[in-house]
Design a protein around this ligand. Structure first.
Ligand code: S3P
Length: 440
């Protein structure tokens, strides 16, 4: 991320209209680079998100031996080293703002006989890594983290690693994926038990690359078993549009009067689609057009028209399927008629920022009526009347706070100023331009 803050004001503009496309899915982009780097032969990827987080993963995989090239047509090719073939990196792996890169790569390193140092920005260096250190230590990896179990961190993988059976103590796709990726080069069966299902892109893609992976969801918990040591076959991958990026436009079109916007090619994996269900419950008009499959994931074009929203109590059970979308849901709730209550959201406190406190502060500063509890936010909406606006609001190096408050600016009298738009480049290069274009 550009270390210079870039203050920026997002002001009301015209209704959002026409057809837009958002960049590729961040989770799927990371995984396609990682698995491509472990397959023998050439993996081709189209629609890869070229945000800073994903580029950090690409740089790390190159540092560990993969050849990764971007072609003029925007597609990418990856020549992998084979499972077990990762090389010792010669310098620290610089992870920037990216928790997904860090935790998944720690999983990969854990079952290779290499040592790696992980560094990151101030936001990432405050995030808990104990949740991956614990299971990966059980598999045999050794860690020297900073005090508090954070980055900068040094680790040594174990060859061979030991297969484990691990029940996730927090609902985290990153922890699940770290263990499954470690399991790829671990002889025997590595088992992850998920009491609450989280995004399943790793499972889908590991299977697509030919890993022996079984999912048993017949009982109350989801049991995932991967058999190592695996051989991965190179793939051709089309990355669908990121529903977490589409979310900003879905909410913007919903709250700005007169909007009628089609967001094309949005990934609708059920483990990611919670926001759409919640917004519909609040009265949003979101129509799915041309449902199809792209890269093994369900996809549709979404037609979103302005609609009046009503506050609801959001069921905490839906949280994992919209974990990154709460900041922008809080914006929608601020414009709804009545009260929206959320709970069960403690995980939001350990994202790129403490998203409960950051959004409560930012929305209050923009004129919304928000109460923060230990587990969520309670928001009294305006009933559709614009927020007063103002700022500057603090984004805490968090792209989703920045984009959510940009959307709030569209539904405000005076606009909302954010302290820096720089974090947006981690997941959504071109966001501000696309927003301006949709509203012109
Ligand atoms: C991600 C998992 C989620 C999500 C993050 C991406 C992934 O994190 O918030 O943006 O790609 O696996 P947690 O596993 O910490 O919930």
């Amino acid at each position: 991320m550009d270390s210079q803050p870039q203050p920026r004001r997002f002001a009301p503009q015209g209704p959002l209209r026409g057809r837009i496309r958002v960049p590729g899915d961040k989770s799927i982009s990371h995984r396609s680079l990682m698995l491509g780097a472990l397959a023998v032969g050439e993996t081709r990827v189209t629609g890869l998100l070229e945000g800073e987080d994903v580029l950090a993963t690409a740089a790390a995989m190159r540092a560990m031996g993969a050849t990764i090239d971007r072609h003029d047509d925007g597609s990418w090719s990856i020549h992998g080293v084979g499972v077990g073939g990762l090389l010792q990196p010669t310098s620290a792996l610089e992870m920037g703002n990216s928790g997904t890169s860090t935790r998944l790569l720690m999983g990969l390193v854990a079952s290779h006989g290499i040592t790696a140092a992980f560094t990151g920005d101030a936001s990432l260096s405050g995030r808990p890594m104990g949740r991956v250190i614990e299971p990966l230590s059980q598999m045999g990896a050794a860690f020297t983290p900073s005090p508090g179990g954070t980055l900068p961190l040094m680790m040594r993988g174990s060859l061979p690693a030991v297969p484990i059976e691990y029940r996730l103590p927090v609902a985290s796709a990153q922890v699940k994926s770290a263990i499954l990726l470690a399991g790829l080069n671990t002889p025997g069966i590595t088992t992850v038990i998920e009491p609450v299902p989280t995004r399943d892109h790793s499972e889908r893609m590991l299977r697509g690359f030919g890993a022996q992976l079984e999912v048993d969801d017949s009982g109350p918990e989801r049991v995932i078993r991967i058999t190592g040591e695996a051989d991965l076959n190179p793939q051709t991958i089309e990355v669908p549009g990121d529903p977490s990026s589409a979310a900003f436009f879905i909410v913007a079109a919903t709250i700005v009067e007169g909007s009628d916007l089609v967001v094309e090619n949005v990934g609708l994996n059920p483990t990611r689609a919670g926001l759409i269900a919640v917004l519909r419950d609040m009265g949003a008009s979101i129509e799915e057009l041309d449902r199809r499959e792209v890269g093994g994931e369900p996809v549709a074009d979404l037609r979103v028209r302005h609609a009046a929203l009503t506050g609801i109590d959001v069921d905490p059970a839906i949280a994992p399927s919209m974990i990154d979308e709460f900041p922008v849901l809080f914006v929608a709730a601020s414009l709804a008629q009545g009260t929206t209550r959320t709970s069960g959201l403690e995980e939001l406190r350990v994202k790129e920022s403490d998203r409960l406190t950051a959004m409560a502060d930012a929305l209050q500063r923009a004129g919304a009526r928000v109460t923060e509890t230990q587990y969520g936010l309670t928001i009294e909406g305006t009933g559709g009347a614009p927020l007063a606006g103002g700022g500057p609001v603090t984004t805490h190096l968090d792209h989703r706070i920045a984009m959510s408050m940009a959307v709030a600016g569209l539904a405000s009298a005076d606009g909302v100023e954010i302290d820096s738009a720089a974090p947006i480049a981690t997941s959504f290069p071109g966001f501000a331009e696309l927003l301006a274009e949709a509203g012109s």
